[in-house]
Design a protein around this ligand. Structure first.
Ligand SMILES: CC(C)(COP(=O)(O)OP(=O)(O)OC[C@H]1O[C@@H](n2cnc3c(N)ncnc32)[C@H](O)[C@@H]1OP(=O)(O)O)[C@@H](O)C(=O)NCCC(=O)NCCS
Length: 89
């Protein structure tokens, strides 16, 4: 059976099937960075949400420092006064 090539970039969306969606794990293999792949992944995930969700869905994410310039470029804004938090497990 032929092996699939390793992905150059990836991303994940977790949704409740209605209104709330969380973007996660957006990453590009360092060898392929700065070629537009991260942007393409993010735009594709948002397009999929827009196609499936009612108008004005809630789309949230936790932006690690390397991802912040890309997210801002695509219109992601700070969530203040809300703040990202997590439960360590
Ligand atoms: C963040 C990440 C996914 C970006 O992937 P990428 O494929 O390199 O992104 P793109 O090529 O689509 O970048 C599009 C634009 O975003 C901005 N951008 C992307 N990486 C940047 C960086 N390191 N510094 C500044 N701006 C950056 C630039 O404006 C870029 O356009 P340009 O290359 O024409 O200047 C990638 O750096 C990565 O995998 N980082 C490690 C994992 C991570 O932290 N993911 C973010 C989780 S929130």
């Amino acid at each position: 059976m032929p092996q699939s090539p390793d992905p150059a970039a990836m991303g994940r969306v977790i949704g409740d099937g209605t209104w709330y969606f969380h973007l996660a794990d957006i990453a590009t293999d360092p060898v392929h960075q700065r070629r537009g792949l991260g942007r393409a992944v993010l735009e594709d995930l948002v397009a999929r949400i827009d196609a499936a969700a009612p108008p004005h869905p809630c789309i949230a994410l936790l932006a690690d420092p390397p991802g912040q310039p890309l997210h801002r470029l695509l219109g992601v804004v700070d969530s203040a006064p809300s703040q990202g938090m997590r439960l360590p497990h």
